[in-house]
Design a protein around this ligand. Structure first.
Ligand SMILES: Nc1nc2c(c(=O)[nH]1)N[C@H]1C(S)=C(S)[C@@H](COP(=O)(O)O)O[C@H]1N2
Ligand SMILES: [Mo]
Length: 323
């Protein structure tokens, strides 16, 4: 596989340009081709054992051009960290699930668009990818547990997905669902959790320019542990809103109840917008720990994205907007 370098990568955002990572990857791919370092790579094997991740047929779509409208004045988080420190309860309720998640079959993968739409559709992920234009965006990411990272997602605006779905005028929300198959995801055998993982957005949120359907990360198809083959990214909201491995988008006039809201509604709500001044019932949200340097930095209102999103919440002061 060749990693082509495009013009966008050369632009001034040097802090957020992981050149070294790409150089390393090129070296790695050469090594893989020669078959020399397979043994040294955890999770990779020469001949399709259980641990081998499925090959991604969309690999040639990456990297995509970076969209420089979205800038972050922070160091990029190392790829090794962002892809090995994860929350994905389907594969375990701890951070070290990346290896277990390799058993997720990413093809065939069908996305259903249903509910209040002109016509229900089922679209294979590669057909969907052919209908959209991929771009790269570097966003901040803030987990409700008060750790944070900065990563380059590749994807397309959710607004484009809404266009494809053609919702009826009465639709007020999009309800999204992660796959459910306990034979693949051992966490789903734990029946006290309300599987599948569900999250929802208002139509205004879903069509906000920031809202991204991410299909890649660090210039490659998104790996299973980060939500392959398609996950939600809403950078002004806590991480738990940003569900992974989505199979269904349902347009509805009822506010969806998310996975965590269902489990503990007093701690996790529908809006989940980042706000340093509104503590979680069990800890402060004033600061966050950066993955990598492990330093603590102040948390920003709407995670630094107020200019893009604050207008959507005008006149809603009575709502629990920040949990
Ligand atoms: N289906 C599903 N999506 C999920 C989760 C999950 O457990 N299952 N965890 C959420 C939480 S709490 C966070 S912080 C982010 C983590 O994303 P990352 O592993 O790519 O950093 O995924 C979110 N999406
Ligand atoms: Mo999270």
């Amino acid at each position: 596989m060749l990693i082509k370098r495009k013009k966008g990568w050369e632009l001034p955002e040097s802090a957020a340009t992981p050149e070294a990572l790409f150089r390393d990857r090129r070296r790695l791919m050469k090594g893989l081709a020669a078959g020399s370092i397979l043994a040294a790579m955890p999770g990779l094997t020469a001949c399709g054992s259980e641990a081998a991740p499925m090959k991604d047929p969309s690999a040639s779509l990456y990297p995509a051009m970076r969209n420089l409208r979205y800038r972050v004045d922070r160091e990029m988080t190392a790829e090794e960290l962002a892809t090995t420190y994860n929350n994905y309860y389907e594969f375990g309720s701890h951070k070290n699930i990346w290896r277990a998640a390799q058993s997720l079959p990413i093809r065939p993968w069908t996305v259903t668009l249903d509910g209040m739409v002109e016509k229900e559709q089922q679209i294979a992920i590669d057909d969907l990818l052919a209908m959209v234009k991929l771009e790269e965006r570097v966003y901040r990411f803030r987990c409700v547990e008060a750790w944070a990272m900065t990563v380059p997602w590749t994807g397309f605006p959710m607004r484009r997905l809404v266009e494809i779905a053609r919702p009826l005028s009465g639709a007020k929300y999009v309800r999204m669902e992660t796959f459910k198959d306990p034979s693949i995801a051992p966490g789903q055998k734990q029946s006290w959790y309300p599987w599948p993982y569900v999250e929802g957005l208002t139509m205004a949120e879903a069509t906000n320019e920031l809202t991204l359907m991410a299909t890649g990360i660090y210039g490659q198809p998104i790996p299973a542990q980060n939500g392959a083959p398609i996950r939600l990214i809403t950078p002004w909201k806590y991480g738990f809103k940003q569900l992974k491995s989505i199979v269904r988008f349902t347009f509805t006039d009822e506010r969806p109840k998310g996975f965590w809201e269902e489990i503990q509604g007093r701690e996790y709500g529908f809006w989940a917008n980042v706000n340093p001044e509104v503590p979680h019932p069990r800890w402060s949200q004033a600061t966050e720990r950066l993955l990598g340097p492990d330093t603590r930095v102040p948390t920003l209102l709407y995670n630094g994205y107020a200019d893009f999103v604050a207008d959507m919440y005008k006149g809603m002061e009575g709502e629990r907007l920040f949990m």
